[in-house]
Design a protein around this ligand. Structure first.
Ligand SMILES: [Zn+2]
Ligand SMILES: [Zn+2]
Length: 321
């Protein structure tokens, strides 16, 4: 059996992208930690704009803070669109070891080559990295596909989906993989909202919309880094992936999940979808024979969707690796 979830212990719920009063968020770091801890999360990265902070004092036995920041000064310039002053290029950087990861402020650049060099230096300096909300940043596919070296890719960014209806654009990710790049899929909140004058949460809240479920033997910083680097997680806006493995004897992929409407298996040229014709969230199991698919596909990945449009994304599995 080949476990595509690469489970190595229980799953922990994590939001890896959020803002606080340290930049333009409307909750203090402590309030943000409290909200996530009280809503079933075990891991939070505070990623304030261009401001790296660590917060070890907010970590507890049952809650882990990841030291991080969001690089937000970087800009792509596409000569095809001279009227556009800029396309943003936002990236999150998470310290692999807060004691030794060396912080370097992001450059204010106008070309992707310089962005890629910065990513390469940061990775050498002990950081994990993601490409954030390409839709919200108005990046073109051409720009996105030239980005190199990121560990993860936001397939779902909750605030931009809520505010501007452009945070759920998984075709960017699909095209990124098809162009020969690799990154793990993540879903995040990118939360900015907070409490109003009466101490109540804003009526519209951007917390709790996108997260990852990450498997590790116990909650700890090095355990998180190991699990993240090895892709022991999936991204979701609701559905739960319980099992996703290849039964090698039958050469068949087996999926077990919370009730959904569609379970689909995607490659470069292939979609195999299992769905219930009745039109409700009844599907919790699917099997996909792989013999034909592995003949023509370099990789496969799992997507689930409920009737309400909530989705989960498994990580790409490459047949030849
Ligand atoms: Zn951003
Ligand atoms: Zn952000």
């Amino acid at each position: 059996m080949i476990d595509l979830l690469k489970k190595n212990g229980p799953f922990f719920k994590a939001n890896l992208h959020t803002h606080t009063t340290v930049s333009d968020g409307r909750m203090t770091p402590e309030q943000r930690r409290d909200w996530y801890r009280d809503h079933g999360y075990s891991i939070l990265a505070i990623t304030d704009h261009s401001k790296y902070r660590q917060y070890p004092e907010l970590s507890t036995d049952d809650f882990l803070m990841i030291a991080a920041f969001e690089a937000t000064k970087m800009i792509c310039a596409d000569p095809k669109f001279p009227k556009l002053k800029y396309h943003l290029c936002h990236m999150n950087f998470w310290a692999k070891d807060p004691a030794t990861s060396v912080f370097e402020p992001e450059p204010e650049v106008y070309d992707i080559g310089t962005i890629n060099q910065y990513v390469a230096r940061m990775k050498k300096n002990g950081w994990l990295c993601s490409l954030n909300h390409p839709g919200w940043s108005f990046m073109t596919n051409e720009e996105v596909n030239q980005i190199r070296g990121v560990d993860a890719f936001e397939v779902y960014n909750h605030i931009s989906e809520y505010l501007d209806n452009n945070g759920s654009d998984p075709s960017y990710y699909s095209q990124y993989l098809k162009s020969g790049n690799f990154a793990y899929a993540i879903a995040v909140d990118d939360a900015h909202t907070g409490y109003n004058a009466e101490g109540k949460l804003d009526a519209y809240s951007d917390m709790g919309g996108g997260w990852i479920m990450i498997s590790m033997p116990r909650l700890g910083y090095p355990e998180f880094v190991e699990a993240f680097e090895n892709g022991r997680f999936y991204a979701t806006t609701g559905p739960e992936i319980k099992e996703c493995y290849i039964d090698e004897e039958r050469d068949t992929l087996i999926v077990e999940c919370s009730p959904v409407f569609v379970i689909s298996l995607k490659g470069v040229h292939t979609v195999r979808a299992a769905r219930k014709v009745g039109g409700s969230d009844e599907l919790t199991h699917a099997e996909f024979p792989l013999a034909e698919i592995r003949e023509k596909e370099p990789y496969i990945r799992l997507e689930l969707m409920t009737m309400a449009g909530k989705k989960a994304y498994g990580q790409p599995y490459y047949f030849d690796k």
